[in-house]
Write a protein that binds this ligand. Structure first.
Ligand code: GUN
Ligand code: FE
Length: 421
């Protein structure tokens, strides 16, 4: 269906340039945006008009890194550091997804929250259980969301309840899941998901890399999140020159790869990520909560690394991408003040760009309202933030991003389709 939406449009023209069009018109042709206009060209005059007068219309947010099975315990265990947090919180909870009934109840909650959230596209981790991950994909697809989900692969340094038998079996299980998921789903696609180097043997990594190629699937994992994790990887793969190289040796750094975190990259690793076209999922809330640190986002951007944002629930406590935007800004200010004064803090416009266009690039032409982009949009009612003074649309957007709890997403479009009834 083709139509026109009217409202207060906000979208990125470039990382630095956030454009606003008060009372603007957004033309939608099928899945795609045909442009944002102050006054719509007369050739669109016959199209149906959906009037969202007084509401903000923004591009949908892209959450590049979120753990679906960790949603059920978000906000818990926040006094722990990564490895202890994995052992005491993440692994015991994820083990429960062997029970499909439990998975169904928990993934219903995740799906409902995701559907109502600012996120239109996502890259999410499931657990190592194929049936539960298929169920997750079924629910996300039925909710109208788009993106990727991964059956997690792990065959070492994991509890017996969450450890595949051996690399051969793990490879076969991943392949069977890739086949079935690839046949069953069109909008939520399978993504090869080695959890991280410490939980995958070399033999499994070799198999997973081959599967990603054979099935033309993207790949996601974790990279350089925490100092003791990085030390552990050095011990596990002493022949690698660093953590990034540990993935690169298996051919896992490609333009179809998302690596979460990248808090402590060496200079050479930054250059390698840029050269390979890897997308980094910056997860500021998680990096603070489980005491990982602050990722050098400005440095990554300057080096030409692709960057988007992730919530990393449940390292991050919320799936709210508005919060991820302002967390990214706040974390970058501390980085500038405490770590490196040559790394200018991210502006709000830049962080907004990362959450929309930056992450969106991983899914195709996604993340803004330029002609030819897939139309992902949020209609935001910000009347919960009344103001006695006049505010520009840009100022209203800033407040909505900093105070998301006072705003309501009243409609959400994913590839041109409204998904909230
Ligand atoms: N590294 C390996 N697994 C995980 C996980 O579940 N969350 C985070 N934040 N880091 C990880
Ligand atoms: Fe993670």
């Amino acid at each position: 269906m083709d139509f026109v939406m009217k409202g207060d449009l906000c979208y990125s023209d470039s990382p630095e340039c956030l454009t606003t069009l008060p009372g603007g018109y957004l033309v939608v042709e099928g899945k795609q945006c045909a442009g944002a206009y102050k006054t719509p060209p007369s050739r669109y005059a016959a199209l149906p008009l959906i009037d969202y007068e007084g509401k903000l219309i923004l591009p949908g947010m892209c959450d590049l890194h979120v753990h679906a099975p960790q949603f059920a315990y978000r906000g818990l265990g926040m006094d722990l550091e990564l490895i202890e947090w994995l052992n005491r919180r993440a692994f015991p909870e994820e083990s429960k997804y062997a029970d499909l009934a439990y998975a169904g109840r928990a993934y219903d909650l995740f799906m409902q929250a995701m559907r109502a959230s600012a996120t239109t596209r996502l890259c999410c981790f499931g657990t190592l259980h194929a049936p539960a991950t298929l169920l997750l994909m079924e629910k996300l697809e039925a909710a109208g969301l788009r993106g990727y989900a991964g059956k997690v692969s792990m065959d070492r340094n994991s509890p017996p309840t969450l450890c595949e038998l051996n690399a051969q079996q793990a490879g076969q299980d991943c392949e069977a899941w890739l086949k079935e998921a690839g046949e069953r789903f069109t909008r939520i696609r399978p993504m090869v998901t080695p959890r991280f180097i410490p939980s995958c043997t070399d033999a499994l990594m070799t198999r997973l890399s081959a599967l990603a190629r054979r099935y033309d699937a993207p790949l996601q994992s974790h990279l350089s999140e925490n100092r003791s994790e990085i030390e552990w990887v050095r011990e596990l793969l002493p022949e690698a020159s660093g953590y990034a190289d540990a993935y690169d040796r298996f051919g896992m750094l490609t333009p179809r790869t998302v690596m979460a975190h990248v808090v402590y990259p060496e200079e050479g690793e930054i250059a390698l990520l840029a050269e390979r076209g890897v997308t980094v999922a910056h997860c500021p809330a998680s990096n603070i909560n489980i005491r990982s640190g602050i990722a050098p986002v400005r440095k990554l951007l300057k080096a030409g690394v692709r960057v988007g944002l992730g919530t990393d629930v449940a390292g991050g406590q919320t799936i709210d991408m508005f919060r991820a935007i302002t967390d990214a800004v706040q974390a970058s200010k501390l980085y500038w003040r405490l770590i490196d004064e040559s790394s200018a803090p991210l502006t709000l416009a830049e962080a907004f760009y990362l959450a929309t266009v930056g992450g969106g690039a991983f899914f195709g032409k996604v993340g803004t309202f330029h002609p030819g982009y897939e139309l992902d949009a949020l209609v935001v009612d910000d009347t919960g933030l009344p103001h006695p003074q006049p505010l520009t649309v840009r100022e209203r957007l800033e407040r909505a991003l900093y105070l998301p709890g006072d705003c309501t997403i009243v409609q959400k479009y994913v590839a041109g389709v409204p998904i909230l009834s």
